[in-house]
Each structure stands twice: as C-alpha cells, then as structure tokens.
Design a protein around this ligand. Sequence first.
Ligand code: FES
Length: 109
Amino acid sequence: MADEDFVKVASLDKLPPGEMMRVDIGMHEILLVNLDGKIHACSNICAHQFQQLNYGELNGEEVRCSLHGATYNVVTGDQLPGKYAEFGPIPVYEVRLDGTDILVKRPAR
Ligand code: FES
C-alpha cells in the first residue's frame, strides 16, 4: 500500500480515549474513534437517512445514531440488530499512526 493512499486527518492529542470526532477526506465524512488508545475509522454517515454519526452516542465500540437509533460497531461497520438494521453496514477505513499524526486510507471514490 503506497503511503500516498493515506491522508493525515488529525492529531492524537485531539482525540482522547473514549472520544470520537468527524474528519473529512474530500467528499467523504469519516468518524474517528479512540478505543483504549487504538484509533478506528468508519463512515460518519448513517445508512438509514444519512444523519451524521458524530452527533450520536458512543458506548464502547458502538455508536448510536441520534436521529432514529440505528447502532453500528465502529470497528467492523456492522449494524447491530434492532432499528433499521436492514440499512447497514457502513464502510470502515484503514488507519495508521505516524508519530502523533492519525492517517486514514483514502476512500475509493
Ligand atoms: S438516520 Fe440514523 S437511524 Fe435514521
């Protein structure tokens, strides 16, 4: 994987453990999550009606959409059984660290 496929999106000091934040790569909104010091990246857009997941509630590996309650695993992108489960999953993205820089693999189109 070429290094140019990865984009710096944030610094570790802006994303403490247990927190999430939205970043953008071009037209793609990405949700970054710090789970016990390991950074994960998934789409920030709910598969149901496109609410931004950074407005939702993070509980461990799960983020719950603020609009109607669909819940996703931020590590796998899988939608958990329950509300609107037929709309998932959401994309997840590869993450690398370069010192304190968080890099995410550029989404395909
Ligand atoms: S927009 Fe997320 S559950 Fe409806």
